[in-house]
Design a protein around this ligand. Structure first.
Ligand SMILES: Cc1cc2nc3c(=O)[nH]c(=O)nc-3n(C[C@H](O)[C@H](O)[C@H](O)COP(=O)(O)OP(=O)(O)OC[C@H]3O[C@@H](n4cnc5c(N)ncnc54)[C@H](O)[C@@H]3O)c2cc1C
Length: 415
């Protein structure tokens, strides 16, 4: 059912690509969404940020999310390297609206929901089809894609715009040499799924819990999913985690053993399935849009999973890019400036989260200590943790908080 030409081709049906394709198709432009894998497909990145609510609402998916099997996430909690648990941070205490409840999602199901929604909103959606290349004309304007179809045959599809949501594969950024590694965030993750890991009762039962190991050389995520399954993952420097004696099973078990906050939650828990590994996944791009093309989601850049910001950034960048593409198609302006008009604000927002990531990895720094000496910033810090980043005046507020975080980091290091 694929046509020979579309207004827009979107590469990759993760949260970024599905959001973009949905909103562009909804605006009435012919859209092709192409996914390499066959749906449903496994993916890491299960914990959403509360502010995912707004793109989900725009796509008409909030009611379906509310009635889904996904575990409701109402809080986050941090556990120190000696096992001391912070009070849970309940999002509703910051904002009483229903957008303060979010979800822990099995990505196979969540991404399928988004993919199907893009179809309902008018996009042509194909899976098991790989974009082999983005076609650029003599003036480096994107003009379509070359596809490898499920039966192995090749096909070209023309388009006025190509939106790259290909995730960590970052197809266009690799082709054009735009990828920049973030050298100090060369992290790796090992994770698995567990039955009967111990959760809290009540509203904190769906919390994402972040737990440090004894020497703070690594940390664990504890993400409760549906059917009593919990995703438990360990993150540390790539060299620390993966370049030492022992196989992945042994290293993962050793890290659990030195995580005092996690051990009691794993009494009687049984692993389901194999372990998964991701390495050196943080990077950035030095250009985010060109004539007829734009990058979104992980294809634009990825910082670190600590604050569960990946899916949120994917959906927001997908949404902002879609608005720019729709405006560009309506005004016949498909320049880099038009398609990337949202990128500066987006980069600034991601930059503030990146500041928090750097603070987290400064072993001596503690958010508790920062809050105690800077109570005026509590609300702003919370805004960042729920993803409330893109609003009028946010820049001024966060620019004020940045130096306070830097100062607190310096003081902590010098004690
Ligand atoms: C260890 C780890 C833990 C994480 N935990 C969290 C978390 O708890 N919460 C959170 O929000 N985020 C988390 N993330 C980040 C999250 O996984 C990503 O940020 C998010 O999936 C990005 O969405 P996306 O749509 O940009 O890319 P993806 O979700 O990766 O989707 C890209 C899609 O493009 C497809 N594709 C790739 N190449 C092609 C091609 N050539 N042709 C066609 N299709 C193609 C892929 O198959 C894929 O389906 C984590 C990341 C890591 C590494």
């Amino acid at each position: 059912m694929m046509r020979d030409a579309y207004d827009v081709v979107v590469i990759g049906a993760g949260p970024a690509g599905c959001t973009s394709a949905s909103l562009i198709a909804q605006a009435g432009f012919s859209t092709l969404l192409v996914e390499r894998d066959k749906f449903p497909r496994f993916h890491v990145g299960e914990s959403l940020m509360p502010e995912c609510y707004w793109p989900l609402e725009r796509m008409g998916l909030v009611e379906r999310m509310k009635h889904s099997k996904f575990v409701k996430k109402r809080s986050v909690q941090f556990v120190t390297n000696n096992g001391k648990e912070s009070d849970p941070f309940y999002f509703v205490e910051h904002d009483p609206r229903e957008c303060s409840t979010t979800w822990q999602v099995e990505r196979a199901d969540f991404d399928k929901l988004l993919f199907d929604r893009a179809g309902e909103l008018g996009a042509d959606c194909v899976d098991a089809t790989r974009v082999q290349d983005v076609l650029l004309d003599d003036s480096e304007t994107a003009c379509g894609v070359r596809l490898k179809l499920a039966d192995g045959s090749m096909r070209e599809v023309r388009s006025r715009v190509v939106v790259d949501g290909s995730g960590q594969q970052s197809l266009l950024a690799n082709k054009l040499g735009l990828r920049q590694e973030i050298s100090h965030l060369k992290k790796a993750a090992i994770w698995g799924y567990w039955k009967n890991a111990i959760r809290d009762e009540g509203d904190n039962g769906g919390a994402t819990i972040i737990l440090h190991t004894i020497q703070k050389d690594s940390w664990f995520w504890f993400i409760p999913l549906s059917d009593g399954i919990t995703s438990i993952g360990c993150v540390g420097d790539n060299d620390y985690l993966l370049k030492r004696d022992g196989d992945v099973e042994q290293i993962y078990a050793q890290e659990i053993d030195i995580c005092p906050g996690l051990l009691p939650r794993m009494t009687g828990a049984q692993r389901v399935g194999k372990l998964h590994v991701a390495k050196e996944y943080s990077y950035w791009t030095k250009q985010h849009a060109g004539q007829g093309w734009v990058l979104i989601g992980d294809a634009f850049g990825f910082i670190d999973p600590i604050y569960s910001s990946g899916v949120y950034f994917a959906m927001v960048s997908g949404e902002k890019a879609a608005d720019a593409v729709v405006e560009g198609l309506r005004t016949d302006n498909l320049s880099a400036q038009q398609l990337g008009k949202w990128c500066t604000e987006f980069k600034n927002g991601a930059g503030w989260i990146r500041k928090l990531v750097d603070a987290f990895y400064t072993k001596e720094f503690s958010f508790g200590g920062f809050m105690r000496s800077n109570p005026a910033f509590k609300g702003n810090l919370t805004d960042l943790l729920i993803g409330r980043i893109f609003y009028d005046g946010a820049g001024d507020i966060f620019n004020e908080m940045g130096p306070a975080i830097d100062k607190a980091k310096e003081q902590a290091i010098n004690i």
